[in-house]
Design a protein around this ligand. Structure first.
Ligand SMILES: Nc1nc2c(ncn2[C@@H]2O[C@H](COP(=O)(O)OP(=O)(O)OP(=O)(O)O)[C@@H](O)[C@H]2O)c(=O)[nH]1
Ligand SMILES: [Mg+2]
Length: 390
C-alpha cells in the first residue's frame, strides 16, 4: 500500500484533485503532507526523490502524481506547486502560502485530509529572516484537530549554504519542544545534493509504519522467473501468488487476528523474489525500513536442491540480518513433482503443497499456530493444538 506524499506549496486546486484524493483515500493509503514556506525547497526535494527512481503513474493537468520506489516503500507523490495553478481558489495553500495566510480554513479542505499520518515540514535553514514565520506556520498547522496525531518530520533544508542554521539551532527557533505532538524528528538536509534526505525519509516512514501493525510475507517460489517486486506488481501469470496473498489476508481478517485487542487489523505487505540469493537483500532492506519479514514462503524443491548444510548456512545469515520469522516450504502444483521425495528440512516449519492455500480453513489452523504468539484472536477461534502436516 503506497504512502501518499502530498506536497503543499503556493497552489490552487480544482475538484479533479479532490476526486483523485478521494480515490486514493478509498484505497486506504496513508497520507503524508509536506509543507513549508514558499521557497523552502519542497519541489526540489521531490525532484531529488524522483531522481532516485520515480515512475509516473498518473498525470493530471495541473499536477503530477508520481510513484517513488525506494526500498520497500511506494510513495505516490503529488506536487502541486505554485507553478501549477489551475484554479483561482486554493484550499491546500492556506497553511503555508502568503497570499492566503491567516484566512479561515474551508471545511472542505479538512474533510479531504482526515487520513493523515505524517507531516514533513521543510524549512530554509539559511533564511534567518523567515524562521519566525516558519515557526508560526508550523505551530498553527499543528493546532488543527486534523493533524493531532501525526508524526512530524522537520527538514532543516539548504544545509549546503554557509549561513545555514544547524538542526539544533533550528529546533530551538521553531520551538518544536513546546508543540503537543507524539513524535517528531528534525533532520539536516540539502535537497540539492540529496545529503540526509533519504535517511530522514526512511526514519520518518519507519516511525509511521510502526504505528500501523503489519505482516510482511516474503515469497520465493518462482525460480524460473526473474522477479523481484512488491506484491502489487507480481506480473503476468502469477495467479498462484495472488491466491496465496488474498488467502492470507482473508484468513487474518476472518479470524479477527490483531496484534493487540484494541488494534486495527494489520496491513499486509508481500514481497516476491525469484531467487534465494535475493532474499538476504530483502531481509536487510525490509528491516532497515521498519518492515521486518514475519514469514518466508520458499520453494521447497529449491531448498532441497541446495542441500541441508547450505540451507542452514543461509538461514543463519538471515538470522544475523534480524529475520526471526518463520519459513514455510511450498511445493508447486507441478504434476511432475514426486511428493514422496520431499523430506523434512531443519528450520523449515512446514511443508505444504501450494494448493493448500486454496483451503482457507487449513490455512487458518496453520497461521493460527505460526502467529499464535504474536497475533491474538479476539475470539480465539483457532486451536493451537491442531496438528498440521499437510
Ligand atoms: N542551496 C540550496 N538551494 C536549495 C535547496 N533546496 C531548494 N533550493 C533552492 O531554493 C529555491 C526554491 O526551491 P523550491 O523547491 O522551488 O521551493 P518550494 O518549497 O517548492 O517553493 P513553492 O513551490 O513556492 O512553495 C530553488 O531555487 C531551489 O533550487 C538546498 O538544499 N540547497
Ligand atoms: Mg514548489
Amino acid at each position: 500500500m503506497p504512502l501518499v506524499l502530498l506536497v503543499l506549496g503556493a497552489m490552487d486546486l480544482d475538484l479533479e484533485f479532490f476526486t483523485l484524493l478521494a480515490d486514493l483515500k478509498s484505497r486506504r493509503d496513508k497520507l503524508i503532507l509536506m509543507a513549508g514556506l514558499n521557497g523552502s525547497g519542497k519541489t526540489t526535494i521531490l525532484n531529488k526523490i524522483h531522481s532516485e527512481g520515480v515512475s509516473t503513474e498518473i498525470v493530471t493537468p495541473g499536477f503530477s502524481v508520481e510513484t517513488v520506489k525506494h526500498a520497500y516503500i511506494n510513495i505516490a507523490a503529488f506536487d502541486v506547486g505554485s507553478e501549477n495553478r489551475v484554479a483561482p481558489l486554493s484550499y491546500l495553500v492556506l497553511f503555508l502560502n502568503d497570499f492566503l495566510q491567516g484566512r479561515e480554513i474551508p471545511p472542505l479542505y479538512m474533510q479531504h485530509f482526515q487520513n493523515k499520518k505524517g507531516l514533513i515540514f521543510v524549512v530554509d535553514s539559511n533564511d534567518q529572516n523567515r524562521v519566525l514565520e516558519a515557526r508560526d506556520e508550523l505551530h498553527r498547522m499543528l493546532q488543527e484537530d486534523e493533524l493531532k496525531n501525526v508524526v512530524v518530520l522537520v527538514l532543516a533544508n539548504k544545509q549546503d549554504l554557509c549561513n545555514a542554521m544547524t538542526a539544533e539551532e533550528l529546533s530551538k527557533e521553531l520551538d518544536i519542544k513546546s508543540l503537543r505532538i507524539n513524535q517528531w524528528h528534525i533532520s539536516s538536509t540539502s535537497a540539492i545534493s540529496g545529503d540526509g534526505l533519504l535517511e530522514a525519509l526512511r526514519k520518518f516512514f519507519w516511525a509511521i509504519d510502526s504505528m500501523v501493525p503489519h505482516v510482511h510475507v516474503l515469497i520465493c517460489v518462482d525460480k524460473d522467473k526473474d522477479i523481484r517486486c512488491s506484491g502489487e506488481e507480481i506480473g503476468k501469470d502469477e495467479d498462484e501468488h495472488k491466491d496465496f496473498q488474498s488467502t492470507i489476508q482473508e484468513v487474518f481478517t476472518q479470524n479477527d487476528w490483531v496484534p493487540t485487542p484494541s488494534a486495527v487489523n494489520p496491513e499486509f505487505h508481500f514481497t516476491c523474489v525469484s531467487r534465494l540469493d535475493y532474499i538476504m537483500d530483502c531481509v536487510q532492506e525490509a528491516c532497515s525500513c521498519g518492515l521486518p519479514v514475519d514469514l518466508m514462503v520458499l520453494d521447497y524443491e529449491y531448498i532441497m536442491e541446495m542441500g541441508q548444510d547450505a540451507f542452514k548456512a543461509m538461514k543463519d545469515e538471515w538470522h544475523r540480518a534480524e529475520f526471526d520469522g518463520h519459513v514455510i516450504g511450498v511445493t508447486s502444483r507441478n504434476e511432475n513433482i514426486d511428493h514422496q521425495r520431499i523430506v523434512p528440512m531443519p528450520g523449515v516449519l512446514l511443508n505444504l503443497h501450494f494448493s493448500v492455500f486454496s483451503n482457507k480453513e487449513r490455512v487458518s489452523v496453520i497461521f493460527g499456530h505460526i502467529f499464535g504468539n504474536r497475533y491474538l484472536s479476539r475470539a480465539s477461534r483457532f486451536s493451537r493444538q491442531a496438528a498440521f502436516h499437510c
